[in-house]
Design a binder for this molecule. Structure first.
Ligand code: PEP
Length: 247
C-alpha cells in the first residue's frame, strides 16, 4: 500500500517572515499519519522553515537544484547545500522551470541522477500543454518525459522517486483535470515505469497529480487508484492546504 504524499509548492511567494506565519498556521493542522507532507519553499526560507518544523513529521523540500557538485555556477544551489541543512525533497523539472528557465528533459535527467546520488528525493514533474492534449498526444508526450527523466536510474533508485503529473493547462488556472483525466495519465505513467523496470517498481513508485488541487477536489482526485497524492501550488499558500492534506 503506497502512502500518499502531499507537497506544497510555494513557488516565488512569501517573504521569510510571511513564510513563518504560514508554517505556524499549518503545522498543527496537517495530519501526517495518513500522508507524507512536504513544504517546498523558496531557498532563503529553507533554514527558518526547517527550524520551525523541528519535532513535526512535516518534511521540507527545495524547488530546484543544480546537477553539478560545486563550482562557478553563479546563482545555483547544490544538492549538498540542501542536504546539509536537512532538506529531504527537491522538485525537478517543474513546467515553470521548463518554460521560463530552459529546463530540458536532459537537464531534468541530470538533476534526478544527482539528487538521488546525494540522497535527496526528487519530485519529477511531467505534463502536457493544452495543445498537446487537444492533439491527443498527451500520453505519448508524457511517456517521452518519463523515459528521459529515468535514464540511467536503477529500479532500486526509481522506486523512491516521486513523479508529479501536472497538466500545464491545469496549473494555476483554476481548471482542474477531472479525476478520470488525471487517473488515465497517472496509470499510463505507472505502465511506463513497469516497462522501463518491472511491475514491482511500478507498484511502489508514488505518482502525484498537480493542477489546481484544492480542499474541495482533493478527495476525489486522491481516491483514484493510481494517484498517490498531490503537488499543490496556489492552495498550499493558504489554510486550505490543511483541508487537502486531511482530505
Ligand atoms: C504547481 O505549482 O505545481 C501547481 C500545481 O500549481 P496550482 O496548484 O496552483 O495549479
Amino acid at each position: 500500500m503506497r502512502k500518499k504524499i502531499i507537497a506544497g509548492n510555494w513557488k516565488m511567494n512569501k517573504t521569510p517572515k510571511e513564510a513563518l506565519e504560514l508554517v505556524k498556521l499549518l503545522k498543527d493542522k496537517v495530519n501526517t499519519d495518513k500522508s507524507d507532507v512536504v513544504f517546498c519553499v523558496p531557498f532563503v526560507e529553507l533554514i527558518p522553515v526547517l527550524e520551525e518544523l523541528k519535532g513535526t513529521n512535516i518534511a521540507v523540500g527545495a524547488q530546484n537544484m543544480y546537477f553539478e557538485n560545486s563550482g562557478a555556477y553563479t546563482g545555483e544551489i547544490s544538492a549538498d547545500m540542501l542536504t546539509e541543512i536537512g532538506v529531504k525533497y527537491v522538485i525537478i523539472g517543474h513546467s515553470e522551470r521548463r518554460q521560463y528557465f530552459n529546463e530540458t528533459d536532459k537537464t531534468v535527467n541530470k538533476k534526478v541522477i544527482k539528487a538521488i546520488e546525494k540522497s535527496l528525493i526528487p519530485i519529477v514533474c511531467v505534463g502536457e500543454t493544452l495543445e498537446q492534449r487537444e492533439k491527443g498526444i498527451t500520453v505519448d508526450f508524457v511517456r517521452i518525459q518519463i523515459k528521459s527523466a529515468f535514464q540511467n536510474v536503477t529500479s532500486e533508485q526509481a522506486e523512491n522517486v516521486i513523479i508529479a503529473y501536472e497538466p500545464i493547462w491545469a496549473i494555476g488556472t483554476g481548471v482542474t483535470a477531472t479525476s478520470e483525466q488525471a487517473e488515465e495519465v497517472c496509470s499510463a505513467i505507472r505502465k511506463v515505469i513497469s516497462e522501463i523496470y518491472d511491475q514491482n517498481t511500478a507498484d511502489k513508485i508514488r505518482i502525484q497529480y498537480g493542477g489546481s488541487v484544492n480542499g474541495s477536489n482533493a478527495k476525489e482526485l486522491f481516491g483514484m487508484a493510481d494517484i498517490d497524492g498531490g503537488l499543490v501550488g496556489g492552495a498550499s499558500l493558504k489554510e486550505d492546504f490543511s483541508n487537502i492534506v486531511n482530505y
